[in-house]
Design a protein around this ligand. Structure first.
Ligand code: G3I
Length: 316
């Protein structure tokens, strides 16, 4: 049977998975990771706390592990993420910074990380989760110190360091049309008008059965495509209240199929990444204690109905 990644390729898309540290010690997991998927995203390894744990001291050990595995298995890599308000090192969050100092710290961080991986990263999530639900700017350290211009600056610095990498803005709860996705639509339109290098909009796609399937996913993707940027589904998972039942798993399967189908229907939707592929390594139970079973493989690495449904949409 053809792997998801190969099937997606026939549609000029990729189908990928996030991967994190524990998976690298799990041979059965790695076998599937290397054979089933055409793209990898490090779940944590490229975040600021991991890559620059002390000011000016960079550590690419974990990031390089992902990139080497991907190269050995002919997989594309999405770089995640250069600027995010979470998982920042203490020296950064606990420091007091003038705007000038923080700009220099940001530029050095972005350019050192991007240069290190130059030529090996297909997409960079340059800024992650910049907006609140109502479409106002998130009051991150970056925003509070530098104002909204930090986003354009970050994109320009990343572009300088690797002109061939496609540069993305990425967020959750932007699947459908609403205040938060509207804010990205306005921002990307403005960035394009200003000649700022922005190439893509990343829709994370963290869904939950109890909240319903988001409306207008395809229309939302299309309106970003119409601005001249790509769209990618970057962190797809569909959680449910536990225990998982056959009914819930069946609903989940149709949602996976519907999401993949939306991507295939929009020419500029370039691929889908699941936020790890097995329930064994999902982030969900750690954050939502009574929820889980969000991924296409169960905790024993057995494919679930969601896997078969996604595959069927891809023609497999
Ligand atoms: O590394 C420490 C380890 O030393 C310690 O023993 C352990 C005990 O809690 O924690 C470990 O750190 C954890 C880290 O993942 C690495 O495993 C953190 O507690 C945990 O909070 C962190 O969670 C990550 C989360 O981002 C942080 O917000 C998830 O793995 C990661 O999948 C998740 O990914 C995010 C995307 O980057 C952005 N979009 C949402 C998505 C899901 O939250």
């Amino acid at each position: 049977p053809a792997p998801l990644g190969d099937l997606a390729k026939k549609h000029h898309r990729y189908f990928g998975s996030a991967v994190d540290g524990p998976g690298f010690a799990d041979p059965a997991y790695l076998k599937l990771l290397g054979s089933e998927f055409g793209q990898l995203t490090p779940a944590n390894a490229m975040k600021w706390y991991a890559t620059e744990p002390e000011r000016g001291v960079f550590d690419f050990t974990a990031a390089d592990q992902v990139v080497s595995f991907a190269r050995a298995h002919h997989q594309k890599v999405r770089g995640h993420t250069l600027l995010w308000h979470n998982q920042l090192p203490a020296w950064l969050t606990e420091g007091t910074w003038t705007a000038g100092e923080l700009r220099a710290v940001l530029k050095n961080h972005i350019q050192t990380v991007v240069r290190h991986h130059k030529g090996r990263i297909m997409h960079w999530d340059v800024v992650n989760e910049a907006f609140e639900e109502d479409g106002t700017y998130r009051e991150s350290l970056f925003y509070k110190t530098l104002g909204p211009g930090y986003i354009a600056d970050a994109l320009r610095w990343a572009h300088e360091a690797d002109p061939h990498a496609k540069l993305y803005l990425n967020d959750y709860n932007v699947d459908g049309i609403g205040p938060k996705s509207d804010a990205y639509h306005r921002l990307i339109k403005q960035l394009k008008a200003d000649g700022v290098p922005v190439d893509g909009f990343g829709i994370q796609g963290h869904l939950a059965l109890q909240y319903g399937f988001p409306a207008d996913v395809r229309q939302n993707m299309q309106r970003f495509a119409d601005l001249g940027v790509e769209v990618a589904v970057t962190e797809l998972d569909i959680r449910m209240r536990l225990p998982a039942t056959p009914e819930k798993l069946a609903t989940q399967a149709t949602w996976y199929a519907d999401y993949v189908e939306a991507c295939l229907a929009v020419e500029k939707c370039v691929g889908v990444t699941v936020w790890d592929y097995t329930d064994k390594y999902s982030w969900i139970p750690g954050v939502f204690p009574d929820e889980g079973a969000a991924l296409p493989y169960d905790e024993h690495l057995r494919p679930k109905p969601a896997y078969h449904a996604a595959k069927a949409v891809l023609g497999g």
